[in-house]
Design a protein around this ligand. Structure first.
Ligand code: FMN
Length: 196
């Protein structure tokens, strides 16, 4: 499915090391003619780290999309009643947000947006990026893999020797993942190794 004209929510959570890759994919989506809306979790609005300052990330998102990021729960809530997004992708999705989403917790703009969007029976995509994916969070990933209207960007172990529980998504597979999800299908294979 062509993404031209599709309204896509990109929800950024606190996996800061992936943000550079996220913005590259965001640019590609805008180039394809998609209308992109960004939603920032509280952590992604507040935490400064060696990967950058949150205000710079939010400015970058606005520069790419031409829209101010959604930064509050009340700002994300209309995604439900107005049903204005075709698809919502948590990109990147932290372990924290995976755990909350799988357990029905809605205490950040990203989670509010996800809940609001899911109520409309529309596709939600997860782009996992967490060191505890195959540890404490495996059960939550399992719940989401089995949940209606939830799809995953293919993922793999990024460093099986030093970070044995870590999984990250192949962010460069975002566009085909969205195309499949909009047709109600999970792109396969979902498990894809990283070649070094
Ligand atoms: C520099 C830095 C990098 C981080 N990277 C990750 C990450 O890649 N994956 C992850 O799950 N959490 C990561 N975290 C922790 C999350 O930011 C933290 O759990 C936060 O509460 C997530 O909130 P959110 O899911 O609402 O965005 C990182 C934190 C810092 C300070």
């Amino acid at each position: 499915m062509n993404l031209k004209g599709k309204k896509i929510g990109i929800a950024l959570t606190g996996s800061f090391c992936t943000f550079d890759k996220i913005f590259k994919e965001m640019e590609k989506l805008v180039e394809t003619g998609a209308e992109v809306y960004t939603i920032f979790s509280n952590a992604s609005q507040q935490i400064s780290s060696r990967f950058g300052k949150p205000e710079e990330f939010m400015e970058r998102a606005e520069a790419i999309t031409g829209r101010k990021p959604i930064c509050t729960i009340e700002g994300a809530e209309p995604i439900g009643p107005q049903s204005y997004l075709d698809i919502y992708v948590v990109f990147p999705c932290s372990g924290n947000t995976i755990a909350k989403l799988a357990n029905g917790i809605t205490d950040t703009p990203v989670l509010m947006g996800a809940k609001a969007h899911l109520r409309n029976n529309k596709p939600l995509v997860i782009s996992v990026s967490t060191n505890d994916a195959m540890g404490m969070n495996m059960k939550n990933i399992g719940l989401l893999l089995n949940a209606k209207n939830i799809y995953f960007v293919p993922f793999g172990q990024d460093d099986p020797i030093k970070k044995t529980n870590s999984l990250i998504a192949h962010t460069d597979r975002l566009i085909p993942t969205l195309e499949f999800a909009l047709e109600g299908e999970q792109i396969q294979p979902i498990l894809q190794p990283f070649t070094r």
